[in-house]
Design a binder for this molecule. Structure first.
Ligand code: ADP
Ligand code: AMP
Length: 219
């Protein structure tokens, strides 16, 4: 099963991807994570993307298309039961490229899940976001604190980090980018009957249940 998780920054794509990985063994392909890794390793892609990401602007299509192509090749078709595309595609050119990349590899999309959220809540979600510095598990200052204060639920690390682009000014730019360039790709998938919608404003566990109901029983 290959799924796109679509929704503005802070909609809960990464949070729900973690659930889908655990419950269904799907493989997450997050271009944001790939770009942050490229910045950490100071690769040419990272050097190209850094200032754009800090400003909340999209990086060029060919950069992310190539990252996705490389990951699809690294994990052969059927690996882990399918892919979750998280934060990709973000433009119509990326959507067209993804179709070609999948077709070349004998794969196809099964669902495009749009997480419906209220934009005003997103600033609150994003400015409260943090993650484990060791394993990357995601948390929130109010909505998802570690069960034992100061210790990651997954790996027990005491080190956490926040993203440099998770500030209010950048979030507003990222939302504007979503509205202008990403939301317009929905009709591309609607025409093929692939779009499913989930209320992303519900508590995390409820969004999870809605997603499970929509995707059918795991396994
Ligand atoms: P995205 O990957 O779409 O940018 P995240 O999954 O990282 O968004 O979620 C953004 C923040 O909001 C995180 O801190 C996460 O813990 C929190 N969050 C995610 N889903 C919900 C929800 N349904 N209700 C409240 N907080 C949520
Ligand atoms: P995310 O982790 O999905 O919130 O993405 C963080 C930032 O990485 C975005 O604000 C963009 O600058 C960049 N980015 C991630 N994915 C893409 C993409 N598919 N296309 C263009 N830019 C992207």
């Amino acid at each position: 099963m290959n799924i796109i998780l679509l929704g503005p920054p802070g909609a809960g794509k990464g949070t729900q991807a973690q659930h889908l990985i655990a419950a269904r063994g799907l493989v997450q392909l997050s271009t944001g994570d790939m770009l942050r890794e490229a910045i950490r390793s100071a690769s040419p892609v990272g050097l190209r993307a850094k200032a754009l990401m800090e400003a909340g602007a999209l990086v060029p299509d060919e950069v992310v298309n190539e990252l996705i192509a490389a990951r699809l090749d690294a994990a052969p078709a059927g690996a882990g039961g399918g892919f979750i595309f998280d934060g990709y595609p973000r433009t119509e050119a990326q959507a067209v490229s993804l179709d070609a990349l999948l077709a070349e590899r004998g794969m196809k999309l099964d669902h495009v899940v749009e997480l419906l959220v209220d934009e005003e809540a997103l600033v609150d979600r994003i400015t409260g976001r943090f993650s484990c510095a060791m394993c990357g598990e995601g948390y929130h200052d109010r909505y998802k604190l570690p069960k034992v204060a100061g210790r990651c639920d997954v790996c027990a690390s005491a080190e956490f980090k926040r993203r440099p682009d998770d500030n209010e000014a950048t979030v507003r730019t990222r939302m504007a980018e979503y509205r202008a360039k990403t939301a317009p790709i929905l009709p591309y998938y609607e025409a093929r009957g692939l779009v499913r919608r989930v209320d992303g404003m519900a508590p995390i566990a409820e969004v999870q249940r809605a997603l499970d109901a929509l995707l059918g029983e795991a396994g």
